[in-house]
Design a protein around this ligand. Sequence first.
Ligand code: TZP
Ligand code: MG
Length: 202
Amino acid sequence: MIGPVYVVTDPGAARSIMDQALAAARGGAWAVQLRDKTASDAQMARMTGALMQALCPLGVRVFVNDRVAVAQDTGADLHIGQSDGDPRAARDRIAPDALLGLSVETVAQCAAIPEGVSYIGAGPFRATATKPDAARPIGAAGLARIVAASPVPTVAIGGLGAGDVPALRQAGARGMAVVSAVSRAADPEAATRTLVQTWRQT
Ligand code: TZP
Ligand code: MG
């Protein structure tokens, strides 16, 4: 179920969130995450509902970043970080069939991944302007160590593009998550498709 290309939306990009999400879905992403650090919960819930209506019929999962209450209220999947509370508590609040992602930056954090986490997001693979406050880049070697220590599939994130696919696959990642490689592309749908095809052909 956890596939190669996961697209995280970017509220700072020129295109609307819905346009980014539809392009990602049409390009073959298995998941789209709504990530907006400044929107209110009510705004996030409205947009999550709209994304679920548009993307669920296409078989694309819709994740909410950070907001447990929004995922709980909408039935969406949820992605949280190390400082967003106990993943067990989040698991108990979201829908039983919702997926739960957890960000992991270190091997040590892999020891604390509870049951009920569906995948980890590991990174940043390299430094990225999209998340200036990110932890130190883990690189290919760090990613491989996290993959080996994680009881659940690993999705790599941070500064990624099609050229990274061989290193990610070599490290054992199940997939890649991208923001700017899709949201800032001239053609986001084609950019997503290229990532998916590159992953499949590597
Ligand atoms: N978490 C770690 S790096 C990152 C997040 C949300 C941002 C990734 O953005 P980009 O543009 O794909 O480098
Ligand atoms: Mg977070």
